[in-house]
Design a protein around this ligand. Structure first.
Ligand code: GLU
Length: 305
């Protein structure tokens, strides 16, 4: 996911929205590769935060991308996390078992006229974007290319929910339904403070994101918001690459009337050349450190914990 800094930091005091809810953190890996140092860091931070607050820590398996998710990766991830000393209640929530929940959230948004089907290919989107200067990158938001609105209808679509279609959120219409005010959330990690962005900036810098992919019947953004609410997550701990996507999550929480967690985004663990670790970075896989005789304490030390 392409990320860039959105919104700004305000010095306004923030109000905790967590008063009545038991505190809960989570780690939500996608089982599409081995657990590497970056994931381990994220999981340990969330676990340590829960422990420090006398709270619970949950594991959630984000396996909606069935073309890439593998049960063997899931087993290895759970094994590595347990080896690191983390524990969590079972059974764990597996997103592939909750597709009906995502569908029902999508139907709600559809019947409020906030979604529309989109048939564009990436090439159509690039072609429709106003010709950027030669060599310049096309405008990207936290969800990739900012959609130029090719399929967006003038009037909200009505009728039966269109199963099997790619569905985009009509961001301007959605924000208007929310009253058109700023979108904000409480950040307690990097750039701590209230993060805030105006409705017009969201439309321009994020735009009409895909909420339902054809191959999944859902999307990362929709599922993560539905599940954080379903699992009563009060504190989301995750990498800074998702910080700007959090505005999307807050819009969805507001539309679906779901509670908003506090967010703690953390620095990313990078390889020796400064690049962030990716799933293919097997060299930093926890399994390899285990096999080489390192201890969980060594791993903590490696990531600066
Ligand atoms: N499944 C996502 C990932 O592996 C985590 C998303 C999140 O923590 O919100 O990047």
């Amino acid at each position: 996911m392409a990320g860039r800094a959105l919104g700004c930091r305000s010095r306004l005091p923030t109000i905790s929205r967590q008063k009545a809810r038991p505190i809960r953190t989570r780690f939500a890996p996608s089982p599409t590769g081995p657990l590497h140092l970056g994931h381990a860091y994220s999981a340990m931070l969330a676990f340590d935060l829960a422990k420090a607050m006398g709270a619970s820590f949950l594991l959630r398996i984000e396996d909606i991308d069935q073309s890439r998710a593998r049960p063997e990766w899931e087993s290895l991830i759970q094994e590595d996390l347990a080896w690191l000393g983390l524990s969590w209640p079972t059974p764990v929530l597996r997103q592939s078992e909750h597709l009906a929940d995502y569908q029902s959230a999508l139907e709600q948004l559809w019947h409020r006229g906030l979604l529309y089907p989109c048939t564009c290919k990436r090439r159509d989107i690039l072609n429709a974007m106003s010709a950027p200067q030669e060599g310049a990158e096309p405008p990207m938001g936290p969800d990739g290319l900012i959609y130029p609105g090719i399929c967006r209808p003038d009037h909200a679509p009505r009728g039966a929910f269109p199963s099997g279609a790619v569905l985009r959120l009509d961001m301007a219409r959605a924000l208007a339904q929310l009253g058109g005010g700023d979108i904000h959330f409480e950040e307690t990690g990097l750039n701590a403070g209230e993060q805030r962005i105006g409705a017009a900036d969201i439309v321009e810098q994020i735009g009409d994101i895909v909420l339902c992919r054809k191959d999944m019947g859902t999307s990362y953004h929709l599922s993560v918001v539905v599940d954080d609410a379903a699992q009563g997550i009060t504190h989301v701990v995750r990498g800074e690459d998702l910080q700007s996507a959090t505005f999307i999550h807050v819009v969805l929480q507001s539309l679906l009337d779901l509670p908003q967690p506090v967010y703690r985004h953390h620095r990313l663990i990078r390889d020796d050349s400064g690049k962030r670790l990716a799933k293919r970075d097997d060299a930093k896989a926890i399994r390899l450190y285990r096999e080489a005789g390192h201890s969980p304490a060594d791993v903590r030390h490696m990531v600066g914990l």
